[in-house]
Design a protein around this ligand. Structure first.
Ligand SMILES: [Zn+2]
Length: 426
């Protein structure tokens, strides 16, 4: 690798010089209220990103998710991809950020869509998750250009929709259409807010399922003549609490999931409904139906098949010991865990860059949830993918969400150095 410290220093200086622009661009992105659901103002935000990419020397394409049911006239799903070719097409470093944000919710003391900058922080819904990350990606590439350096490869930046609702019209759609694929890109960095000294190498698996118990209606004054679906769901929940939850808590992954408590397998009960709606007029009836939705997060070491088999076995045990219990299990969503390969060049490049910019070693983490990494790995077929970006993970989706300006500038520098490194330019 040619050593060219002055080139790197020029790029870092260019990031510092661009700091006010990076902050302004983040604020401008926050002011487009891309709330999901339902997917507001996506096209406006895609254009804002696309216009800035074009101004920074990128060839820009817009990709609407034609054919996806959620792509409607009222709420079009428009993604944007910009490519800036250097001396060669490859290696290609692709930086992807989702521009949808979750609803503001209550508890704000500041306008969630004002893009307000105060005391070194940029506030607003999506400030850290992840409009700052998009701004960092754009200006990482731009700082290289302003430093007068032509890449020995390409840099590509995409702004995509719907990550917060699964990413099917966003990254998954671009990957299915071949726009994001191993044929075009070698490395993918997703600037999600993981803290500026942490590299995220994957996530746990997700299994959402619904359990329905079927009883038999009867008169509420003679419940012994009916079968209560709610009581049967109670028998299932009792086993979940007594048997399953302790077993899950006893399992620990070797993957560095944060926070520490998420290093174990977990289960959440998303919702439950059975019998008569509690706000309606009540009649004396035994509940003939009860449904509950569960969110099981499984570890890389567990795998989906075992996680599901364990649920099936629990239901069978409950039914065997509960007379007249009838139930059904239905899968709602399955996301398999992902993990960046050990020794991936994208990890090494970011480690070197973090060390250089922050003067301390990067740590590896994995996400307790899931993000677009899965689509990059499974559909696009690009294993060399990580998340690295500005902002504090714990602030995502919170009221008064913010991203620190210093974090934003530092993450931009790290991304710029990683682009130079991965394209083997410097
Ligand atoms: Zn995010």
């Amino acid at each position: 690798m040619p050593v060219s410290a002055p080139a790197r220093d020029r790029v870092l200086a260019a990031v510092d010089a661009a700091a006010p622009e990076i902050v302004d661009f983040t604020s401008a992105l926050i002011r487009v209220p891309t709330v999901n659901p339902p997917g507001e103002a996506y096209e406006d935000c895609a254009r804002l990103i696309g216009d800035r990419l074009a101004a920074c020397g990128f060839d820009v394409e817009y990709h609407a998710a034609e054919g996806r049911p959620e792509h409607t006239t009222a709420h079009p799903r428009v993604n944007v991809v910009g490519l800036r070719r250097g001396r060669r097409a490859r290696p290609n470093v692709h930086l992807n950020g989702h521009f949808d944000v979750v609803p503001a919710g209550g508890g704000w003391t500041i306008d969630p869509f004002g893009g307000i900058v105060r005391d070194g922080r940029i506030y607003g819904r999506g400030a850290c998750d992840m409009k700052a990350g998009i701004a960092a990606a754009v200006y990482a590439a731009e700082a290289i250009r302003r430093a007068g350096i032509e890449l020995d490869g390409s840099v590509e930046i995409s702004g995509t929709v719907d990550e917060e609702s699964g990413g099917y019209a966003g990254v998954a759609w671009l990957a299915e259409r071949g726009r994001l694929s191993a044929d075009r890109a070698d490395f993918v960095i997703i600037p999600e807010p993981l803290n500026v000294d942490r590299i995220c190498i994957g996530h746990r698996g997700v299994y959402w399922f619904e359990v329905t118990t079927h009883g038999r209606i009867g008169h509420g004054s003679m419940p012994f003549l009916g079968v209560s679906a709610i009581e049967h769901m109670g028998a299932i929940l009792d086993r979940v609490r007594r048997e399953l939850l302790p077993a899950l808590a006893a399992r620990t992954t070797q993957v560095p999931v944060v926070p520490d408590a998420a290093r174990h397998a977990t289960l959440n009960i998303n919702g439950i409904a059975g019998g008569q709606p509690v706000d309606g007029i009540q009649t004396p009836c035994v509940a003939d139906l009860c449904r509950a939705v569960f969110d099981r997060r499984f570890l890389l070491e567990e795998g989906f098949d075992a996680a599901k088999a364990e649920i099936e076995a629990l239901l069978e045990r409950a039914a065997a010991e509960t007379p007249a219990m009838r139930y059904a299990l239905r899968d709602l969503m399955v996301v398999h865990p992902v993990r960046t390969p050990d020794g991936s060049p994208v990890i090494g490049a970011l480690e070197r860059a973090v060390d250089r910019v922050l003067g301390r070693p990067a740590t590896h983490v994995a996400s307790p949830g899931t993000y677009d990494h899965k689509h990059v790995d499974r559909i696009a077929g690009i294993p060399h993918c990580v998340a690295y970006g500005p902002g504090i993970l714990d602030l995502a989706h919170q009221p008064d969400e913010w991203c620190g300006v210093e974090d934003l500038v530092n993450a931009t520098k790290v991304l710029a150095l990683a682009i130079l490194d991965l394209t083997r330019t410097v």
